[in-house]
Design a protein around this ligand. Sequence first.
Ligand code: NAD
Ligand code: TYD
Length: 349
Amino acid sequence: MKFKKKILITGGAGFIGSHLLRLFVQKYSKYHIYNLDKLTYAGNLENLTVIKNLPNYTFIKGDILDINFLQEIFKVYDFDAIIHLAAASHVDRSITNPLEFVMTNVIGTVNLLQTAKQHWSNMNNKLFYHISTDEVYGSLNETGKFTEKTAYDPHSPYSASKASSDHFVRAFYDTYKLPIIISNCSNNYGPNQFPEKLIPLFINNIKNNKALPVYGNGKNVRDWLFVEDHIDAIDLLFHKGKIGETYNIGGNNEWKNIDLIKLLCKVVDEKLGRQENSSQKLITFVTDRAGHDLRYAIDISKINKEFGWKPKLDFEKGLEKTVDWYLKNGKWLENVTSGEYQDYYEKMY
Ligand code: NAD
Ligand code: TYD
């Protein structure tokens, strides 16, 4: 069968990547989708069982740090487009091991850019779509929102590495006319997220009656978006976004950590048939994260005005869906929290 487009998705076995792959492979039978993933602790092929045997899907195990390997697969598969999600993604790990974030997020991205540039002698109808974060903009006080024009001001090694990768993506557009799009999204939540990030970590701890470690005073604010809403925005921008542009994606859904945690305790207690709010006693204030950004908030006017995109799922419903998924998928949680996770947890908390 001749496919209309050959799309390389990197990091497709991770949290956001696996949602994107499931949508693209099932929705677009005319595209052949290739998933390049190193399968680090955060990548899990169990996330992709529903698509693994479909004829328009191919998994390629590999590392974006290996440029010879990238050149080889570009030669073999001749991709038309890349959606680049592979990254080291957790702020706390970036504080312990910043170099790994420079390697994967900066050098890995430049390797991909360089390979695409070399391979695409004709850049018509090609696209390098880079998935990034709102954390590149730094931290807000009580008011204001990040727009696409907000100056980059990253604070954590994670956000500094993502900011640097964004700059390289833009530099390849400005210098070599490589057709690029960048989107910067706020905090995602939903099924399949590795339980090091706040929401799945706390669901797992509530379930196991373990302490809920709240950094600092719990008043830091994050803007939460259900992962499927993010995927819809990526689908839209992949097909309709303007080359060379940046788009902000967010949930219009700001929560102080402590308020979100109390809501999460309520939802999990209800689902487990526990006494109302009994899990709140697990809340434990611990030493603040170094360089902890106070507040993130995203202005979504650009993507909303240009394409009518806005988040669909109400937060409480999204949280319920997420809790239901984690409670039903105990085996998944067990698998990902065995091995390396135990070491990480001991060192971290
Ligand atoms: P994740 O940590 O769940 O998944 C990352 C994936 O990349 C894993 O499957 C891992 O195996 C793979 N990977 C890591 N290093 C690799 C390498 N060297 N070569 C090939 N594959 C490698 O991350 P996520 O939360 O799904 O985030 C995906 C992307 O979205 C990242 O670029 C992240 O910066 C961005 N993002 C995430 C959020 C969020 O809230 N999670 C928000 C905005 C943007
Ligand atoms: P996280 O899920 O790590 O996302 P990010 O740092 O990229 O925003 O954290 C979300 C918020 O929750 C952030 O303000 C840090 C806080 N947090 C805790 O209070 N305790 C924890 O154990 C974790 C992982 C996060």
